[in-house]
Design a protein around this ligand. Structure first.
Ligand code: NAD
Ligand code: ZN
Length: 351
């Protein structure tokens, strides 16, 4: 089969590799019908994730058709059309049983993000993929949900919803500020309305992305480059600040922006992955009575989000901006990496 192989920082290639095959009785092998590229893949390519070593196939989002299953797999059979979750989890360990499968203790679960960062198991940017713990890691797809929507459920929609909206404890009538309108921030914008947020403010420096945010449910957009960005947000919400601020960039500056936006007693949900230390100014923040949360996506809400997408209650068509054949994945990486020029959000690859 062909697959996108990581050969070390700055080096990837679409090349021949041995076909993915069943190893454990709990495995499935899935033909990848549609996959996509995530910002995390670019981090790996830049060498920011040393745990990913040369020879690994990248990718942790995908929709496909089951080719074969091990003898212990009961939920799936050859021919099933499935979403491949970015979290592979055993379902029985302490963390899986407490709704935290991203910390699954099984060697090929998501320990230390084995799947999502691709350093323990080969990924979905390939013609075939081996899926450990298939019963819990695959979700059967209704025919009415097309691949371009289904693939958003592997990672970005559950991340925006679980680590942004749920950890932020968005409640009916709340004001929510989403700082960073990349694919994951837009997923937070799109899902904040599920808990009845009254005002959803999207904040970014990329005006094109702010336009997309409006279509996904942002009631207000604010250019982060404007000198009065904070005043604009507070004018649209409450002079005291917003109920919930969701950090969706992963740099110290945007974390600080969030601390400057939340009202006393509010929630700051950080979902951005920070490459550099962030100063937590507790000397100023203690008096604000804030709740600050952070975390790695668990993807436990995929079945619920899938039902909403299938019912047309989560219109997320605007995420997909580019489509390529799987064999043209090198060109797709270029398009995704140059998002400022190409306006790429999600770049889809299909067989
Ligand atoms: P992205 O890089 O596509 O989007 C980031 C956005 O932030 C861009 O639109 C950019 O214009 C904007 N931005 C940059 N600097 C800004 C500033 N100073 N003010 C306002 N906006 C600014 O990234 P993405 O794919 O949307 O992912 C967002 C973050 O979520 C990343 O850090 C990613 O690693 C993280 N992530 C976390 C999890 C998790 O489990 N917690 C899972 C997936 C992704
Ligand atoms: Zn587990």
């Amino acid at each position: 089969m062909k697959a996108l192989v990581f050969h070390g920082p700055g080096s990837i290639a679409w090349e021949d590799v041995p076909d993915a095959a069943l190893v454990e009785s709990t495995d499935a092998v899935v033909q990848v019908d549609t996959t996509t590229i995530c910002g995390t893949d670019l981090h790996i390519l830049r060498g920011d994730v040393p745990a990913v070593t040369a020879g690994r196939i990248l990718g942790h989002e995908g929709v496909g058709t089951v080719v074969s299953v091990g003898e212990s797999v009961t939920n799936h059979a050859p021919g099933d059309r499935v979403i491949i979750s970015c979290i592979s989890s055993c379902g029985v360990c302490r963390y899986c049983r407490s709704q935290m499968p991203s910390h699954c203790l099984a060697p090929e679960g998501a320990p230390g993000i084995g799947w999502i960062l691709g350093h323990l198991i080969d990924g979905t940017q390939a013609e075939l993929v081996r899926v450990p713990f298939a019963d819990g890691s695959l979700h059967r797809l209704p025919p009415a949900v097309p691949d371009p929507l289904a693939v958003l459920l592997s990672d970005i929609l559950p991340t925006g919803f679980e680590i942004g909206v749920q950890y932020g404890q968005v409640k009916p009538g709340d004001s929510v500020a989403v700082v960073g309108a990349g694919p994951v921030g837009l997923a937070a914008v799109a899902t904040a309305g599920l808990y009845g947020a009254a005002t959803i403010v999207a904040i970014d420096r990329d005006l094109n992305r702010l336009e997309v945010a409006k279509g996904l449910g942002a009631t207000v957009t604010v250019d982060a480059s404007a000198a009065d960005w904070r005043e604009q947000v507070l004018a649209a919400t409450d002079a005291d600040g917003v109920d919930v601020a969701i950090e969706c960039v992963g740099i110290p500056q945007t974390f600080t922006m969030c601390t400057q936006l939340v009202r006393p007693g509010g929630h700051l949900a950080n979902l951005g992955v920070h490459g550099k230390p962030v100063e937590l100014a507790l000397q100023d923040l203690w008096i604000q009575n804030l709740t600050i949360t952070t975390g790695l996506v668990n993807a436990t809400t995929v079945p619920m989000l899938l039902r909403l997408v299938a019912a047309g209650k989560l219109p997320v068509d605007a995420f997909v901006t580019h489509r390529f054949a799987l064999a043209d994945i090198m060109e797709a990486y270029g398009t995704f990496d140059d998002a400022a020029q190409t306006r790429a959000l999600k770049v889809l690859l299909s067989r």
